[in-house]
Design a protein around this ligand. Sequence first.
Ligand code: GRF
Length: 217
Amino acid sequence: MARLRVGVLISGRGSNLQALIDACADPAFPAEIRLVISNVPGAPGLARAERAGIRTDIIDHKQFPDRESFDAALDLALDGAGIELVCLAGFMRLLTDGFVERWRDRMINIHPSLLPAFKGVKVHERVLAAGVRFTGCTVHFVRPAMDEGPIIVQSVVAVLPGDYAARLAERVLAEEHKIYPLALRLIAEGRVRVTDERAEISDTVGPVPAALSNPTG
Ligand code: GRF
């Protein structure tokens, strides 16, 4: 079976990228990472890709006059590599609506909270300040509004007495590393359909949605 061609966008550490690399290392996994793009030169995640023999590209947003031209460069690189699905993994740039729409239902993101709660940054600090007993992480399809879009997989993490942001972040991250490869597998197996802005997961492996079957590359 042809493996789904994935591009991963990063800005930093790349531990979620590593989880995806590790999953794709299994030849039976239905997706493969064809390209890793960083908007930050020297992002530690780039070395992870290089170690795994994956092509990397640096598209430094500082070299572009505006968001549109930066996003056009991303598009060109992704298309050039025949990418069918984009995974945002700690990618710290807001994308233009045009780019997001072009990759509608073909771009996913991971966020360290149980969306729709705690969108944005400084998530764990705000979780602790709010006194909620449970938090977690979410993989979702990307929509123009930040941290919005149909939810594919979530995992719950209990907030423990005495928790501080770094400790909580560590436990949430361990779950992120499980659910990102899981969500990717479900999509690559053709088990995820978006209907009325909700992602439905079927029990049976099906054909990959037309939006994801790009004949090129
Ligand atoms: C993760 O917590 C992810 O949920 C968020 O950014 C962080 C990226 O971490 N979007 P890493 O670069 O994958 O280690």
